[in-house]
Design a protein around this ligand. Structure first.
Ligand code: SF4
Length: 486
């Protein structure tokens, strides 16, 4: 039977040199390797440097030695607090878990007057009020919201088109605020809306309650209107008009937009970025299409592979970097989330990049009919008649049954990246996520075979791409540090 080595053996080693701490490594290209530790700090070196370090042969006066020591890749005889510091950094990264669910999404209606072919929700016609959430369901969902231990609660109203059920939104906001008089949480609200039906009543309500507005803008007029058909073919005009009116009432920083990449977007990354700048945004989130709901039904998801999306992504990213070099500050927001993980001790709390997975923990969805889903994507999957990630119903189940049941704990446990095949030895694991819903939707199980996974392929290429760019040019490193810290 194997025995542990006596404790004195380790101190002898330290007296003679150094001891590497746990680390993982991957090739960046044919010459360079990236090394990461448990806290997500990283070092780039060549093969000889890696072999020298791992073999215990690094000279203690070399610059590489100091770099690796300061980033907790090794300890030596005078590393008194190094392990405690590393542990503290790992704890800081994992600390948001203790707060549990902060984002609570209320699907107040499935009605929508748009008919976007890539829509991830099976929308209902805008006169079908049987697809609206009832008051009773909303109040029961609020009971669950305030059982979350999170000190910060964000309630986001989604649809369909959320503003088609403004009566219910008004009731939920009033009731949440009333309950919060005793709860004293940090409470925020978001309208997720296409802005086409934004009227003065909704705007005044948003102003009065300091509500954030999140909309969709896919790019220039022709592209946006092609992606997002509605009666009158004027989705773009209504969105831009709505953005401007909303900014005037709730303030510029309370209005944000998201884009979705369709096949028609792929050659137009720079035009899409230009459109965001023209409309006065300070950043853009270059997003791929999700393999759920209508997008899959209409075969939109298969219309491009992740390699083609990556070309689009890096074209946009490099354009934005060039802009920053020329003195115009503008952020690519997906890169900023990853850079926050790479360059700071903090977690951005973005569900797709969490491990343990952020489903249920980072965000939860209360559907119009009272069903509770582990994420927005889980709800979209249910729209395709697959309720694997249905956690329960607000009318039938307790908080404990919903949030501590097997429907949530099973996928979180199985997909946990540090113990998943390939992820467990991947150098990018400290920055990555596990996304069991994506892997279930595309491969039929919570873990997924990572060599075949678009999630893995996309993230791995972006991790490498960001490191290469920082490594090649200190000016890009400075730009990225600004993104990570903003
Ligand atoms: S999904 Fe891919 S990139 Fe992410 S940790 Fe796993 S193997 Fe690495």
């Amino acid at each position: 039977m194997a025995k542990f080595t006596d404790i004195n053996a380790y101190s002898k080693n330290l007296a003679a040199g150094y001891k590497p701490l746990p680390f993982r490594f991957m090739p960046l290209d044919s010459e360079k390797y990236v090394l990461t530790n448990m806290a997500g700090e990283f070092v780039v070196t060549d093969r000889d440097g890696l072999v020298e370090f791992a073999g215990g042969k690094l000279h203690h006066q070399s610059p590489a030695y100091s770099d690796l020591k300061s980033k907790h890749f090794l300890i030596d005889s005078d590393s008194d607090v190094a392990l405690d510091l590393l542990a503290l950094k790992v704890r800081t990264k994992l600390s948001p878990l203790a707060n549990f669910t902060g984002l609570h999404i209320f699907v107040v209606t499935l009605r929508c007057e748009h008919s976007c072919p890539y829509c991830q929700v099976s929308r209902a016609n805008d006169n079908r009020t049987d697809f609206d959430m009832t008051e009773e369901t909303a109040l029961r969902a609020l009971d669950l919201v305030f059982q979350s231990p999170s000190p910060a609660i964000k309630i986001e109203f989604q649809g369909g088109e959320s503003l088609l059920n403004l009566d219910l939104i008004e009731l939920i906001v009033a009731e949440a605020k009333r309950r919060n008089e005793t709860e004293q949480r940090e409470l925020a609200f978001v309208f997720a809306t296409n802005l086409a039906v934004l009227d003065e009543r909704a705007l005044e309500f948003a102003r009065e309650h300091n509500i954030f507005i999140s909309t969709s803008l896919d790019g220039p007029k022709d592209l946006h209107n092609r992606n997002r058909p509605r009666p009158g073919g004027d989705s773009y005009e209504r969105t831009i008009d709505g953005i401007n009116r909303a900014r005037a009432v709730v303030g510029r920083d309370h209005v944000s937009a998201l884009m979705t990449t369709t096949a028609a977007s792929l050659d137009r990354a720079r035009e899409i970025v230009d459109e965001y700048i023209r409309q006065g945004f300070r950043g853009i989130f270059l997003r791929a299409l999700s393999p759920y709901g209508f997008a899959l039904k209409t075969k939109f998801y298969q219309s491009y592979g992740h390699e083609r999306w990556l070309q689009f992504y890096f074209d946009g990213l490099d354009y934005i970097i060039e802009m920053n070099r020329n003195g115009f500050p503008f952020t690519e927001q997906y890169a900023a989330l990853i850079l926050r993980k790479m360059l700071t001790p903090f977690q951005p709390g973005y569900v797709d990049l969490m491990s343990p997975s952020g489903i249920g923990i980072g965000a939860v969805v209360y559907n119009y009919d009272g069903d509770v889903y582990a994420s927005d994507e889980a709800r979209m999957l249910a729209e395709m008649n697959d309720k694997t990630f249905r956690l329960g119903n607000v009318h039938d189940n307790t908080y404990e049954e919903i949030f501590l049941g097997e429907s949530l704990l099973d996928p979180i446990e199985q997909s946990f990246a540090p113990s998943a095949p390939m992820c467990s030895w991947c150098a990018f694991e400290p920055w990555c996520g596990s996304d069991p819903v994506f892997h279930y939707a595309t491969q039929g199980d919570f873990v997924g075979k990572k060599p075949l996974s678009a999630f893995c392929g996309r993230n791995m290429a972006i991790f490498k791409g960001l490191i290469e760019r920082m490594n090649q040019d200190p000016e890009i490193r400075t730009i990225f540090e600004n993104w990570a810290n903003n």
